[in-house]
Design a protein around this ligand. Sequence first.
Ligand code: DGL
Length: 262
Amino acid sequence: MSSRQPIAVFDSGLGGLTVLHALRECLPREDYFYFADTRFLPYGDKPEVFLRERGVAIAEALARQGAKAMVIACNTATAAAAEAIRAATPLPVVALEPGVKPAAQQTRSGVVGVLATTRTLQSARFQRLVGNHASHVRVITQACPGLADTIEAQGPGSNAVETLLDDYVAPLAHGGADVVVLGCTHYPWVAEGIARRMPAGTVLLDTGAAVARQTERLLAAAGLLGGGEGRLSVATSGAPQQVTATVARLLGRKMHVEHWEP
Ligand code: DGL
């Protein structure tokens, strides 16, 4: 393994671009391979066993293709598959989970809201996270079926997304949450719409920056830090032209996207 090899970042779709952004800010001298598994988007309502098998297949393919580390930029894949992925690959693996711990530390009202996929909220890993770090506060969880895929299909500012946000954010606002955990990497794309539906001063937490710092620590410990030139390649298991269009809508620029099947 050499420090010149790229870091692989993967998500069900383009939510992980919010994590990739934090990674590139923190570690600009790395090359990145971003994989969007859009053929199977959304992950949020897939069975756990499917996500585990898919996650392991992706990890094995990334190792074969020469990644030096793997960032699971998806809360749902982490919840279902992080342990299986770690067991299956020799690569250093960075996983992310909803920021329940910092939220429980920062709340003043004693009420924390968590927006995430159904699969994440139902996972044993999430239940443990709440039990270990947030048992002293009230945690309002809200599953958001349809939100990640609608953000991709219709854009963050679309009417369909606005309607979903009306439904999903209201229970948190009515319940008195003063901290909202963005427990899915797609949701930073709609942070403004979430903030608009919450009282002024509500804190929104996402985990991109923490993931970037953890990646830096892990690479440093493995002697694999640096060595790249800031290159980025993007691949999808779905239709590249569709992902190119979604990237253009989300980032405002065109990007070459390749087809890649693990
Ligand atoms: N972006 C993903 C997450 O962080 C999953 C969204 C989905 O595919 O349902 O959970």
